[in-house]
Design a protein around this ligand. Structure first.
Ligand code: PEP
Length: 254
């Protein structure tokens, strides 16, 4: 399985700063690295057009992701951006259900499921985030919680319409905190989710990737990214620093 490393730039960088980061990233990545690893950047919506123009014009092998999409397709939904609009910008991936959106913007499992359907309809690969709070982990309810998040996320997806999916296990207590789930914790959850998802057999097993996110840095990326069970990483803070992000990418033994 080809590994994938996604840089989630969150609410940082104006479009000029985003262009600079992309260009620095492009000349820092070792040549031909992208043949073996999918390298993806996820800027704010305001930078998507500029980044897409550079990727397309200069034929960069870096792929473009959005950080969110609307649950609606068009109409009177002020402030929203549709999967159709993203697809016109050649957006290949879109993060959905990030814990920051679930918490700060009170996104429900139902809303997240609608967003996933909209993305798949436009051939954009959803990066479906899921994970537990520290409280849920400590009360040993986390596997139950995660199973319910996954089941809601994939509700109604038809095998013949799903080519690609990425599931990102992001324990909430590990996002932006410096705390990292132990490799044992990450492997336990990802293995359980893989089994659960494959029991449903609604997709092409070969093409689904299960990645980890939560304080991934050059100090811990080697162990995470070389696990046979983990197909890549969703990197927040460290992706804003090109040297750190490229060190994370390079820690994959090819
Ligand atoms: C994230 O935003 O998805 C994330 C994992 O952030 P960080 O790497 O900063 O913990």
């Amino acid at each position: 399985m080809k590994k994938i490393v996604i840089g989630n730039w969150k609410l940082n960088l104006d479009h000029l700063e985003a262009i600079q980061l992309l260009q620095k990233l492009n000349y820092t990545i070792e040549e031909n690295k992208e043949e073996k690893i999918d390298i993806v950047v996820s800027p704010s919506h305001t930078s998507l057009r500029s980044i897409q123009t550079i990727i397309d014009t200069d034929k960069l092998n870096i792929k473009l992701s959005a950080q969110d999409v609307s649950q609606f397709n068009e109409g009177a939904y002020t402030g929203e951006v549709s999967s159709q609009q993203l697809s016109k910008l050649n957006v290949k991936y879109c993060i959905v259900g990030h814990s920051e959106r679930r918490t700060e913007f009170v996104e429900s499992d139902e809303t997240i499921n609608k967003k996933i359907h909209n993305l798949i309809d436009k051939d954009i690969t959803p990066v479906i985030c899921f994970g537990e709070t520290l409280e849920q982990r400590n009360s040993n309810k986390y596997l139950e919680h995660i199973t319910s998040q996954i089941n809601s996320a994939v509700k109604g997806l038809r095998k013949d319409k799903v080519d690609n999916l990425v599931f990102a296990y992001e324990p909430i207590w590990a996002i932006g905190t410096g705390e990292v789930a132990s490799i044992i914790d990450a492997v336990e959850v990802i293995s359980m989710v893989k089994e659960n998802v494959s029991e449903k057999a609604f997709y092409n097993n070969e093409k689904i990737r299960f990645i980890y996110g939560g304080s991934v840095t050059p100090d811990n990326s080697e162990e995470i990214l070389n696990s046979e069970i983990i197909d890549g990483a969703l990197v927040g803070g460290a992706s804003l620093n090109v040297d750190k992000f490229v060190t994370i990418i390079n820690s994959i033994n090819l």
